[in-house]
Design a protein around this ligand. Structure first.
Ligand code: MRU
Length: 369
């Protein structure tokens, strides 16, 4: 019997073979192809080409990736300072693969911090530094599963059995280690007999909603209906949607949230029809150093994604100008609440996100004691 897509790990480390193992998401849902990434170029390409995608999964892939590359550097030198220069070069290279999802730099910075502490402060030998890097990368992945589960619990408190839920892009298991963020309340609700009716936006131009979200949810037995992006107003006006849950790639300190292009259209429509709009955000996605959404760098992608990709033949005139931003920013005033693993933040967001930061710090301190 063939394996269900939910039985696969989105991102894994094969430490014996020193590589990162991922499902090539560009081939889904037609083909489940597992690929192994050994070199910096392969890891960079996999992230840039969206073979692995979704903010938390990109973070996990980068953490495993820099560990694999650190092992290679460790074969070339035993001197920490020489090792560290090469480590930083590889880190900066991986960090350049996609600009908007803050989890990429967040995970790489975490890896660099433990590397520096072990090597420069604690003067550990390279073999031990590699063990520490390995432990940190595994922790980043394990934490992600816990984080998503907690987002699911908090998100579930905002809806009731039988509700209609709309989601955009894929903030599901394929974007994380397990449960997803926006899909976590849906999966937990499914386990508890909530019988949600889910609407998945197909999400032009890369179709993550159709290829990934509809696939995941359908494979899990969730009642899911696929709609084109321009149908969300109709389903909301019809009263079929009680809540919108979306993921995010970077939340600014004032609560503006960058997510897949089209998210802010859904938020605007939701406001018009009085449907609560929830952004599901692991605290790793909150960027307290970015004051507002205006400062978030938006990734621009090739025109071919709009004019040719997925079509049998080109569907736009040769030479036409194309605008293809991968993300947009939803203004905080359109967001009913931001759901994190440490609780639910509501406007005014500067204050409520600070409260979330304090809760996280307290959680960390009590874990250390
Ligand atoms: O370009 P993608 O497919 O990486 O975009 C993904 C999204 O926008 C997701 O909603 C976001 O990363 C959150 S994933 C939990």
């Amino acid at each position: 019997m063939s394996k269900n897509i939910m039985d696969y790990e989105t991102v894994e480390l094969d430490d014996n073979d020193s590589c990162v193992v991922i499902i090539d998401q560009t081939k889904l849902p037609g083909k489940t192809e597992i690929i192994r990434l050994y070199t910096a170029q392969e890891i960079w390409d996999a992230i840039y080409l969206l073979k692995v995608r979704g903010a938390p999964a990109i973070g996990v892939a980068a953490a495993f990736g820099i560990y694999v590359l650190a092992k290679q550097i460790g074969k070339e030198t035993k001197d920490f300072e020489t090792f560290y220069v090469r480590f930083q070069e590889q880190k900066n290279y991986l960090n350049s693969s996609r600009p908007t999802a803050v989890n990429l730099s967040w995970a790489l910075n975490r890896m660099e911090e433990v590397c520096l502490k072990a090597g420069r402060e604690d003067k550990k030998p390279l073999a031990e530094i590699l063990e520490i890097l390995h432990k940190e990368a595994v922790e980043i992945k394990e934490e992600d599963t816990w984080v998503c589960k907690m987002i699911g619990e908090h998100g579930l408190s905002l809806v009731k059995p039988g509700d209609g839920i709309l989601t955009h892009c894929n903030a599901g298991q394929l974007a994380t280690s397990k449960y997803g963020t926006a899909t976590a309340p849906i999966y937990l609700g499914q386990e508890r007999g909530y019988n949600f009716r889910v609407f998945a936006d197909e999400t032009r131009p890369l179709l993550q909603g159709a290829r990934l979200t509809a696939y995941e949810l359908h494979s899990s037995g969730v009642d899911v209906t696929l709609i084109c992006d321009n149908m969300s107003a109709m389903v909301m006006k019809n009263g079929w949607v009680n809540a919108v849950f979306v993921g995010c790639d970077r939340v600014a300190a004032n609560g503006d949230a960058a997510n897949k292009i089209g998210t802010s259209v859904v938020a605007t429509v939701a406001k018009r029809y009085g449907v609560p709009f929830y952004v599901c955000a692991p605290t790793s996605t909150i960027d307290y150093d970015t004051p507002t959404g205006n400062e978030i760098k938006i990734e621009q992608r090739p025109a071919e994604e709009v004019t040719e990709m997925w079509y049998k033949e080109r569907m736009a005139p040769e030479g036409v100008k194309v605008f293809n931003p991968a993300f947009d920013v939803t203004d905080n005033e359109l967001i009913t609440a931001i759901v994190t693993e440490y609780g639910i933040a509501k406007a005014p967001y500067r204050e409520s996100l600070e409260e979330i930061r304090k809760k996280k710090e307290e959680g960390r301190r009590s874990n250390e004691n």
